[in-house]
Design a protein around this ligand. Structure first.
Ligand code: ADP
Ligand code: MG
Length: 393
């Protein structure tokens, strides 16, 4: 029986037939907070329906906006609005909770995952835009990581007669290009290119779990070990990436075939740093602090969207780890988090443009099979059984 040994990916092969699929791009608009509401900033996002939004809409709906402005001035003001229309796979407005987001984003991934396809979800957006709220949530409204794993267990329960499941989880953080295990005290971990398995994190502890509740305990433990607690809006946590992964070995009880699949849920660092190079003024000075991994992720997304042949995954720890999720054998969902306050005008604009580019990325998904030898063993077993049957006749 294949085991989930520490720090390894097992020899995963794929079936030859596969299909192309686009990254699913979802936008989530969070409600304005007290500060934003009180400061009476303009609203720069208009959600038209569950697939379309307008960034920086014209203000004609407000009759007082042009009050006292001459026609010439009004025309000028109108021109100043970008009035950009964006279309995404799904848009969640301020009325949506984490369950709505789960139902409309990751719930459908579970069937694909158990069918043998790798799946990834990542939350993108500026600090304070709602990434951690979406991924981890809180006691009243658990995030999509918990909900997705709960769904996974409920599906496993249904299939347990035909298949055996072995689950292991890992939780790591990338901070200042250092990889750290969040579930097990360790020094910085190194990434290794393993010819057959792709990139592995040497020494990363895989912890087995039996139900979704155990996951909550692990997530809480991991979050405590983060460079800064992710729910504190502070410098450190907004610069680290949290990568949570579930490895599943699925053994078909009938033919003994084993598949190994991987679900990755990623809470990315605040994207305001990725766009900082393009900014002037105060932000520009932060240049030295720009997150190398996030910048590399942006470059990869741009290149993948352009259909470039050479993608620079090797530029950062994050892109090395996510190589699969971006250009490889994986079904990927990106959740772009934004707020509508004009206070975050640049960040929201950049996030929307980034998400819009990600729509163009196609991944090539194939079902994973764990190892050829096992496949053959199972086949021999089947033949033996059929021989016995024939002898009986
Ligand atoms: P990020 O991880 O992107 O920096 P957070 O998820 O920490 O942002 O969100 C910042 C603040 O806004 C938190 O206090 C969080 O609880 C709140 N928040 C974010 N999204 C929502 C939402 N959809 N509904 C209610 N509160 C939210
Ligand atoms: Mg956060």
């Amino acid at each position: 029986k294949p085991s989930m040994s520490e720090g390894t990916g097992l020899s995963v092969q794929t079936e030859s037939a596969g299909s192309q699929t686009s990254i699913k791009v979802i936008v989530r608009l969070r409600p304005q907070n007290q500060n934003e509401m009180q400061s009476n900033h303009k609203t720069v996002v208009k959600v038209v329906d569950d697939k379309m939004l307008i960034f920086d809409p014209k203000e004609e709906q407000n009759p007082f906006f042009y009050h006292g402005v001459a026609q010439k001035g009004r025309d000028l003001l109108k021109k100043q609005n970008k009035e950009l229309q964006f279309i995404f796979d799904k848009i969640f407005d301020v009325t949506s909770d984490n369950n709505d987001v789960f139902e409309g984003s990751t719930k459908d991934l579970i069937c694909n995952l158990l069918d043998g396809y790798n799946c990834s979800v990542f939350a993108y957006g500026a600090t304070g835009a709602g990434k951690t709220h979406t991924m981890l949530g809180n006691g009243d409204d658990p995030g999509i990581t918990y909900r997705t794993v709960a769904e996974l267990f409920s599906e496993i329960e249904k299939q347990s007669e035909q298949r055996e499941f072995n689950l292991g989880v890992t939780y790591l953080e990338i901070y200042n290009e250092n990889v750290q295990d969040l579930l097990h005290k360790s020094g910085p971990l190194h990434l290794r290119d393993d010819g057959r398995c792709g990139v592995i994190v040497a020494g990363l502890k895989i912890i087995t779990i039996q139900n979704a509740e155990e996951l909550l305990t692990l997530l809480a433990k991991g979050n405590k070990n983060r460079t800064q607690h992710p729910t504190d809006a502070n410098e450190e946590s907004s610069r680290s990436h949290a990568v949570f992964q579930v490895y599943i070995n699925i053994t078909n009880r009938l033919d003994g075939q084993v598949r190994q699949v991987k679900l990755s849920m990623i809470d990315l660092a605040g994207s305001e740093r990725a766009s900082a190079t393009g900014c002037k003024g105060a932000r520009f000075k932060e240049g030295a602090n720009i997150n190398k991994s996030l910048l590399a992720l942006g470059n990869c997304i741009n290149k993948l969207a352009d259909g470039a042949k050479h993608i620079t995954y090797r530029d950062s720890k994050l892109t090395r780890l996510l190589k699969d999720s971006l250009g490889g054998n994986c079904q990927t969902v990106m959740i772009a988090n934004i707020t509508s306050s004009s206070f975050s005008y640049e960040d929201t604009y950049n996030t929307l443009r980034y998400a819009n580019r990600a729509k163009k990325i196609k991944t090539h998904i194939k079902k994973n099979i764990l190892s050829c030898e096992l496949h053959v063993t199972a086949y021999i077993k089947m033949v033996e059984e059929q021989k016995k049957e024939i002898n009986y006749l």
